[in-house]
Design a binder for this molecule. Structure first.
Ligand code: AMP
Ligand code: MG
Length: 442
């Protein structure tokens, strides 16, 4: 087995992340011009990415809306308390316009419900708690008010949330429950979204067998394709599992060529320094461009990122009208085969690329902070993302490492709900210290 001398580029975590983000921004600009779109039912739109903007079809709210049950008043009438006002009507939510008092004059009020339109003349609503209707047989329809209100209090003016035609949701927004509610509020029962990017998953290794097969004594089942498929789906992609590639160049190359026909190719295994780690060599022989061949992280140090022209898809893509000068190359990641490394490197590097391919606007990597339960000692030089358990609630977030046997320990990561981030320059984190944490269980 000979290895081609591929130039090695090992970056710090942050450098590597920036490189991915830069490429993601480039690919997103191309994707939002050229991606195919489809229309989905609003009920099936969660997690999809909008391909067109959603605007307000009318002012929101469409009328000055009362936010309380109470009385619509002219605030100036309440300068002396208690004030007695004449009740000229009752306005419930959804009341027809012709049943609403045309105007509230000085000394008058109307009882009003939450969500009902505030009549002209009134400039505030007093909560029902600060009012007492008088006995109308003696007093007529009158109410006593015991608290004053500022002008505008308990009213949302017409158009205050959005003016007709205003942008509510931009292209590239990944639909969450709030965005779906907003789309519903402007009558969108279907939404235009980008088609999901197809992500090929290519597991490598002579020892890896399909999960349906009975493994021999030294074989192990392919779990990485399944964790990756789940992560791809969560990030908005559609996984395509390729057959397991052998640790042999020819077979590996032909499966890589197959994978490069997708929108993104993820390889697992075969990127370390072993004699049978042939992924980089196979890709170099296929004229791949490498952005990095390692990152100073643990687990996941041998992670590889690059792009490579897919022989057949080059023709297809240019036939489909790729603008001159733009590369039809397919991006790929070579993820280390150890199952925890595979999952961590997906979260750190693949996710932003996949989100860009799905048309999503970029998001930054956000860490939570929690108090460390027990001291941690490590060696400096690598930024670590260690499986851990985040517990406690409110302002008592605590975190502790899950005992593990290293990055092959799938049982340990399944017990974890986050990664504890240990900066590359820290030898020791003290118990009680606030440390960064990245959730991994959603
Ligand atoms: P490699 O990166 O190829 O050196 O693999 C590192 C370790 O991960 C080895 O112990 C492999 O057996 C294991 N491994 C590689 N691929 C998979 C996979 N698809 N599923 C589970 N374990 C794997
Ligand atoms: Mg291997």
């Amino acid at each position: 087995m000979s290895r081609l001398p591929a130039a090695s580029t090992v970056l710090s975590f942050e450098e590597a992340r920036r490189v991915v983000e830069q490429q993601a921004a480039l690919i997103r600009a191309i994707r939002i011009q050229s991606s195919k779109t489809e229309s989905v039912d609003l009920l099936a739109s969660a997690g999809r990415v909008l391909s067109e903007r959603v605007t307000a079809d009318r002012d929101l709210p469409p009328f000055p809306r009362s936010t309380r049950d109470g009385y619509a008043v002219r605030s100036a009438d309440l300068s002396a308390l208690p004030a007695i006002l004449e009740v000229i009507g009752e306005i419930k939510a959804g009341e027809r316009l012709d049943r609403i008092p045309a105007s509230i004059a000085g000394g008058q009020t109307a009882s009003i419900m939450t969500g009902a339109p505030v009549p002209a003349g009134a400039d505030a609503v007093v909560m029902v708690e600060y009012t007492a209707p008088l006995n109308h047989r003696i007093e007529g329809h009158r109410v006593e008010i015991t608290r004053s209100v500022a002008p505008g209090e308990n009213i949302v003016p017409r158009g205050a949330e959005a003016r007709e035609g205003a942008l509510l949701l931009d292209r590239g927004f990944r639909l969450n429950p709030a965005a779906i509610a907003l789309a519903a509020s402007v009558g969108k029962s279907r939404l235009p979204v980008y088609k999901r990017p197809r992500v090929a998953v290519l597991t490598t290794g002579d020892e890896i067998v399909d999960i349906e097969a009975t493994p021999g004594p030294t074989q192990i089942r392919n779990s990485n394709s399944f964790s990756l498929a789940a992560q791809i789906q969560q990030a908005g992609g559609e996984p395509l599992l390729l057959p397991i590639a052998p640790d042999e160049l020819q077979g590996l190359r032909s499966l890589i060529a197959e994978g490069l026909k997708s929108d993104l190719l993820l390889l697992t295994g075969g990127v370390s320094m072993g004699r049978y780690d042939l992924v980089e060599q196979a890709l170099s022989e296929m004229q791949a461009e490498f952005f990095f061949t390692g990152a100073k992280i643990q687990p996941g140090r041998p992670v590889v990122f690059g792009r490579c022209v897919a022989e057949t898809s080059a023709v297809e893509t240019s036939a489909a009208g790729t603008p001159a000068g733009e590369s039809p190359a397919t991006y790929f990641f070579g993820l280390p085969g150890n199952p925890v490394s595979t999952m961590v490197t997906f979260e750190l590097f693949v996710r932003p690329m996949l989100e860009a391919l799905s048309g999503q606007a970029p998001r930054s990597l956000v860490f939570l902070f929690a108090q460390l339960k027990q001291e941690i000692r490590t060696k400096i030089g690598l930024q670590r993302f260690l499986p851990a358990i985040l517990s406690g609630e409110f302002d008592h977030a605590e975190v502790e490492l899950v005992p593990w046997q290293g990055s092959g320990d799938i049982a340990a990561i399944a017990r974890s709900n986050c990664y504890l981030v240990v900066p590359a320059d820290r030898e020791r984190l003290a118990a009680g210290e606030w440390v960064a944490v990245m959730k991994n269980d959603c």
